[in-house]
Design a protein. Sequence first.
Length: 292
Amino acid sequence: MKILITGSKGMLATQVIADLERGYTELGEVPAALKGAQLVLADVDTLDITDKAAAEGFIAQHKPDIVINCAAYTNVDGCESNQDTAFMVNAIGSRNLAIACENTGAKLVHVSTDYVFRGDEPTPRREYDMPWPISAYGKTKYAGEEFVRQYCKKSFIVRTAWLYGYNGKNFVKTMVWLAKEKGGAKVVNDQHGNPTNAADLSHHLLKIAASEEYGTYHCTGNGECTWYEFAAEIARLAGYEGVMSPCTSEEFPTPTKRPAYSSLDNMMLRVTVGDEMRHWKDALKAYFDNQK
Ligand SMILES: NC(=O)c1ccc[n+]([C@@H]2O[C@H](COP(=O)([O-])OP(=O)(O)OC[C@H]3O[C@@H](n4cnc5c(N)ncnc54)[C@H](OP(=O)(O)O)[C@@H]3O)[C@@H](O)[C@H]2O)c1
């Protein structure tokens, strides 16, 4: 068994790599079929996924059984101001991997986002709900999903949200820093979603990868909250309870319009490989406990 991980230096990829190397995740064993797999790691310096010939050549040369695509242009505001680059990485890059996987028969596990939805309906979105992205990040990620569906039969598209992990910059680390160094912050209280620990996502990506349950998945922490509620819980766990205060999106304008309600329902997980995603508060507590 050989597994190629693209975007291998990123936050999610480093978690998946650590789990595969250990043979277990925070939630349990790595599936037997994937245990001891030979890993091929590639980031933009060794495989720029926007280069079609390079992607096809790399995959033809290494012949992985599974490709886990963690590469993306993830800076939401950056995507808004660099839309051609966002499209090249998030859409064309995904297309290139899909074509290369189809050519060699590899399975493709492709990671996507809650931002494919417009976020103005008050119930968690399911996999059969129609996407309607409102930002360049969401639009280019959705275009990437469509290419993967179109070009690779043995593909899994896994949408996640509000991701944080042990490696790399993320919201949890930023909030801890603001609590400690700035005495707190104002955080928007009118955008709802599902904080997701990269360790939980990694566990499910590997379960999905070992299966033949092809299709589109939602994979986010269970339960939902606002960014403010998430920040308040982060501050509490870090020992700075009460330092965060709520504000509206209008008070905190950003270059990109973000969905007001982007909770996802993990329906496809429930009906296939099983939804073991922790409640977001439990997963967040584990994140703090594991760093002590
Ligand atoms: N972070 C979140 O909150 C969140 C939420 C929902 C969904 N997701 C999705 O989850 C996946 C993983 O996200 P993440 O937070 O782990 O991302 P990340 O930390 O930004 O990692 C992405 C990796 O891809 C690399 N990359 C960029 N352009 C590339 C290219 N042309 N070819 C090859 N590699 C390239 C990046 O390198 P550089 O750093 O050098 O650019 C980086 O190492 C992505 O598909 C993302 O859209 C993330």
